[in-house]
Design a protein around this ligand. Structure first.
Ligand code: NAG
Length: 158
């Protein structure tokens, strides 16, 4: 029996190790807002999601993994992020590193019609208001065309 317990404990340890190294990820709910030069397949968030909302916690660093494909090869890609609170117009949201070809998991040029992962990070500052916000994430090519445009419902909490 002792050896069974040992194996169970070992299995749990290994499982915990695996989930820690990968972090936990939840699938973000998003709505397309005019992707013309590509398609967003999925968006995973390494924080918590609840009832279709991404929970953005003050003082944390959020990492999102966008899986997308572009219609043509893209050598320059930039992120443009904006937020809308209570149906008000979108207000742009500064990103530390808007260059998607730099330090975000992509190798540019991104080939045409190939699924790739873009993994930007976002600082959730304590100064952000604690509200529900619709985040609009656009990944734009060098002509300003949207490779993807996604609306992501989020809740900012402390
Ligand atoms: C999410 O990823 C970022 C960037 O790698 C990291 O700093 C942060 O701690 C991660 N958050 C969680 C909850 O694992």
């Amino acid at each position: 029996m002792a050896s069974t317990e040992f194996i169970v404990a070992l299995t749990l340890l290994v499982l915990c190790g695996v989930s820690l190294s990968h972090g936990t990820q939840c699938k973000l709910t998003f709505r397309d807002c005019g992707s013309k030069q590509g398609t967003l397949n999925s968006a995973l968030y390494n924080g918590t999601c609840a009832k279709g909302f991404a929970i953005l916690k003050h003082g944390t660093t959020a990492s999102i993994e966008f899986n997308f494909q572009a219609k043509k090869a893209e050598s320059a890609l930039k992120s443009k992020v904006a937020g809308s609170i209570a149906g008000l117009p979108f207000v742009s949201f500064p990103l530390g590193n808007p260059d998607a070809c730099k330090d975000s998991g992509l190798t540019c040029p991104v080939p045409a019609n190939t699924n790739v992962n873009y993994q930007p990070v976002l600082q959730i500052l304590n100064t952000y208001p604690k509200v529900n916000v619709i985040v609009r994430w656009e990944l734009q090519d060098s002509d300003g065309g949207d490779v993807f445009c996604a609306l992501i419902p989020a809740t900012i909490t402390s």
